[in-house]
Ligand binder design. Sequence first.
Ligand code: SAM
Length: 597
Amino acid sequence: MECSWLIKHAPITLPAKRVSGICKAHSRNEGLTPKPDVLRDLRQGKPIFVLDKHGRLLVAAASLVTEENLRDFANHTNNNMFMVAMRGQDFDRLGIIRGGWPYVMKARPSSGTRLGRMVETIRALGTLPVDRHLFKITDEDALIREGKYCEALQAALAILAMDPWSVPAIIGKAKSLLGLGEYELASSTLSAGVEITQSSSSDMIELLGVAEELKTQAITGNYDRPLLAYFSSGAFMTQDGSLGRITLWPIPCPGYNMLLSTAGVPQMADFFGDFQCQASELHGRGLFATKALKAGDLIFATRPLAMEDYFNDLSLKQDILNKASDLSRVAELLHYLDGASRSSAPPPNRLLVPSGDMEDYMGDLSTAMDPELESRVEAVVRAYTERGHPSLSPRNVLWPLLTLINHCCVPTITLRVVGFTLFCRAARDLKPGEELLSSYGDGPLRSRVSCLRHLGNEESAFDCQCVKCTLETKILPQPQQDASEINVREVEESLRRSRELSVEDRQIIRSAYGFLYYKEGIQSVLPDAEVIMDAVHRYANSKLVFHSCLRLQSQLLRDAKNKEAGREILLKSCVSHFGVSLAQELVVRVEHGVGAF
Ligand SMILES: C[S@@+](CC[C@H](N)C(=O)[O-])C[C@H]1O[C@@H](n2cnc3c(N)ncnc32)[C@H](O)[C@@H]1O
C-alpha cells in the first residue's frame, strides 16, 4: 500500500507502528465517500483541513487533498479522522483551535462546555456556519461513561452522516443505544456495521455479541447466565454494605442497607414484564400485575436512573441533572417522582420504557435549556435523601420503578439487587390486577412500625394495616417490644393461648420472628425448623437486606427434622428470588458449600 503522500506531506510524523496499522486497515476497507458538501468544496479547490483524531492537522492544503487520497486517508487512519471544510481560514488561525479537540459535534452545544467554547471560537473567527464543520469524535467513550448517552449518540450520528463506514462511530452509536436501553437498535446497528464495513473489527464483533445477549434478556427476561456468574463470584457471601465502587449511606432503619456490588457482574439489560402503574387503594400510585404470574416470574429488571459515584465525585443530584439534560424522557419523568409537581399521577409508560424509535433521540437536547430543571432535580433529590426515602433505595441510588411500590408486611414480590440492576419477581402466584408490594421493613412489629414512621418526610410516614400488623397487635401481649427483648417462647405461648387462630394466622405471626427462632435454637417448645422456614417463605420472603431471607432458611435447613420438606421450601424461596430455572442449581451449591446466600 502506498501512503507516501501522507507521510510526505503530513506536518506530523506518524509512528511506524501506526503506519503498519494504517496499511492493514486499508486492505480491509472499501473506502470512504466524503459528505457531498465536503466533496463539492474539494472539487472547487477550496481549502480542506484533514485532522487526526487528536485534532492534529495532517493535511492543510487543498492541493494535497484529492478525492482519491481522501478515501485512502480515511482507510489509513481506520476512519479515525475528521475533515473540516473551511473557507478563508488560514493555518495560524486554525492553530488557535487545534489541539485538545473535543469529542462531539452536536446541533446546539451548550456554552461553557469544551465543545461549546470551541464552536464559539470558530464562530468568532467568522468563517463558515458551524454545521459545515465535521469533527471526529475522539472521546465519545467519556460521554458514555458519564451516562450522556443521547449526546454520545448524536455525536456518533454526526460522524456517520459523513462517513457511514466509521467503525468507531458505529461502535459509539451502538454503545449509546445500549446505554439508552435500545438493545434491538444497537444490535441492528452493529450487524449492519459489520456488513457495510466488511470489518472483522474484534471490538465491533464482541459488542455485537453483548448487544445480542442484552436484546435476548430484554425480550425473554432470562438472566440465568449473569445471575449464575454473580452467584459464583462470591459476592453472595459478602456481609458488609460497602462492596464494590458504591459506598452505601446508612439509612435510619435497622439492617437496612442493600448490598450493591459490581464484583463479577456482567452487563445486564432492562426488562419490563407484565405490570403497570395505576392508582392504589393503599396509597397514591402503585404497581400492579397485568397478567397472572407464577412465583419467580420476572416482573422487571431495571438499572438505576442515576446514582452517586463517590469515587468520581459525582453527586446524585449532578447525575440526575446530567441524565435529565441529556434526555427529555428523563426530564419529564422527574415530574412524577416524589418531591416534584405531578408526583401523585401515574407516570405514562412511555417515560418508563424505551420507545425503540430512533427519532426520540434526535431532538436538540433542549431540556438543557429548561430553567426549572435544576430546581426540580433539587426537589426530587431532597425527597429521596432526607431521612431516607421509603422506596427502600439507598440514598445514593435512584431506581424510579422502586419509588412506585407500596408497602405490605406480607409482600407479594421479591426485590434483589445484582450489580446495579434491581430485579423484581413474583414472591408467589399472582392474579392479574394484584398489587406489587414489598416490605419496607422486616422483623417484629415494633421495628416495622418504627421503620414506617421514620422513613421519608413527615407526611409520608404511615401505619401499616396489613394482616400481619393486625394479628400481632391483637395476639401478642406486648406487641411494641423491641426485637432484642422478644423471647420466642413467649410468642409461642401466646399462639397456644389464642385458640381461635388458624394455622395460617400462626404462620403469619411467626414469619415476623424467623431470625429469633433461629437465634434461640430449636427447642422442644418451639415448632420444627421447617415450620419456621415455611412461615418465612410464605409471609416474609422479600428481604433486600443481605439476602437474609434465603440465608436464614439455609441455616434453618440444617436443623430441619424433615430435610426433604425443608429443602422443598428453600427451593421455592429460591425460585421467587432467582426464577425457576436457576433455583435448583443454587440450592445444590448452597447445600454443598459452593456458594452461600
Ligand atoms: C415508595 S412510595 C410508594 C408510591 C406512592 N404510593 C406514590 O404514589 O408515590 C412510599 C409512600 O407511599 C405510601 N404508602 C406505601 N405503602 C403504604 C401503605 N401500605 N399504606 C399507606 N401508605 C402507604 C407512604 O406514604 C409511603 O411513604
